[in-house]
Ligand binder design. Structure first.
Ligand code: ATP
Length: 353
């Protein structure tokens, strides 16, 4: 399995260094034969090639079996004509990575303000309120007058169907409970269609219990009782926001793993951003990216029916749990280790276990 590794901006290089260590250990232990190829995107690529991403990089990613994308300083990238393309959007769109799966769970030793829970947000990734992926050419945000902006939201039947199907398939491997999150009371046509399609797809999965919540009420419900939820399916922006909330509820945004998957390609990417406030300080929690890498191995194992990849994925998750139980973690989840030291601890435990 060849994986393209892009460290990214902010806390990306330090958390990706740990993730690379973890992947190398998993490769050795489970005989995965991983080939990890380092590439650049974001600020470093903008400096070197005049663009945050290049078509050569895209071809390399397409020729590989997976991509690990570090967090990107997306807020800095404003003008595509100057090469400032949002790499995250670029790969999601170019590789048609329509399903963004973001699991969140609590760990007994990580303090939280909620009861134990284990859920997954399934977020549509290629349309919705994201102006940068809605139109073939040009943006879907318009400055009508200096004081008036219109931002378009695109919802299509095809994208609703495929995200609903991905969510029900995931629910079948979990507790068989789907919650549809929407704003159909206001976005009557778009979210009306989203609910209708999710429920129609649900008819093919009679074992799965279905309910739905309006997104604003959902925020209260998920804070009050996250343990009520199992698999949550929603449109792009709601899923983006909701999954940061569920990751933080589990103890830290630094715990949120995330996989962007399509029919052909997949990309592991931390749920959090580049966190410039803590970049370069050796305090970022690497687990979000490490768990995303585990999800990528699992995806490849399922796709190619190679059990050693799914076994390696489970072993990485287990070792993260073990480090959390033993307190060998960064300070955001109650430990006192630096990012690099967490990587070293991981390797020590993983090779022993
Ligand atoms: P961006 O503009 O790239 O989205 P951001 O700082 O606005 O970056 P996040 O990176 O998602 O957004 O981070 C929000 C806050 O959560 C950060 O300020 C940081 O304190 C905390 N945080 C995020 N990721 C981690 C992590 N891996 N470890 C510890 N804390 C984190």
């Amino acid at each position: 399995m060849k994986i393209i590794i892009i460290p990214g901006d902010g806390i990306g290089p330090e958390t990706m260094a740990v993730t690379t260590q973890v992947l190398e250990s998993a490769s050795a232990k489970f005989n995965l034969g991983l080939v990890l190829e380092q590439e650049i995107a974001g600020h470093s690529s903008l400096e070197k090639y005049g663009s945050t991403v290049t078509s050569i990089l895209l071809e390399k990613v397409k020729a590989a079996n997976g991509l690990m994308l570090g967090p990107m300083a997306t807020y800095d990238f404003k003008d595509e004509s100057k090469g400032e393309i949002n790499p995250s959007k670029f790969f999601r769109k170019e590789l048609d990575l329509f399903a963004n799966i973001r699991p969140s769970r609590t760990y007994p030793k990580v303090p939280t303000c909620v009861k134990p829970f284990d859920l997954a947000v399934v977020r549509e990734n290629t349309e919705g309120f994201y102006a940068d992926r809605n139109i073939e050419s040009g943006g879907s945000e318009m400055l009508i007058t200096p004081d008036v902006v219109i931002s378009l939201r695109r919802i299509t039947r095809q994208c609703c169907e495929r995200i609903a199907k991905a969510a029900f398939e995931l629910a079948m491997t979990r507790k068989k409970h789907i919650t549809i999150v929407h704003k159909a009371n206001v976005l009557k046509i778009g979210d009306g269609m989203f609910i209708e399609i999710c429920k129609a797809i649900g008819q093919n999965y009679p074992q799965v219990q279905i309910d739905d919540f309006i997104v604003d009420a959902m925020m209260a419900h998920v804070v009050r009782a996250p343990e009520r939820f199992d698999t949550i399916v929603t449109t792009n922006m709601f899923g983006d926001i909701l999954s940061d909330l569920t990751a933080e509820l589990s103890g830290s945004l630094g715990l949120g793993g995330s996989l962007n998957a399509g029919e052909q390609y997949a990309m592991g990417q931390a749920a959090h951003g580049s966190a410039p406030d803590i970049a370069g300080k050796d305090i970022a929690n690497p687990f979000s990216l490490v768990l995303s890498a585990a999800m990528l191995l699992n995806w490849h194992g399922q796709k190619t029916t190679q059990v050693q990849f799914t076994d390696a994925s489970k072993a990485i998750e287990k070792c993260v749990g073990l480090l959390i139980d033993s307190g060998e973690v960064t300070r955001d989840i109650g430990g006192n280790l630096g990012t690099k030291a967490v990587g070293d601890s991981f390797v020590r435990h993983f090779s022993k276990g």
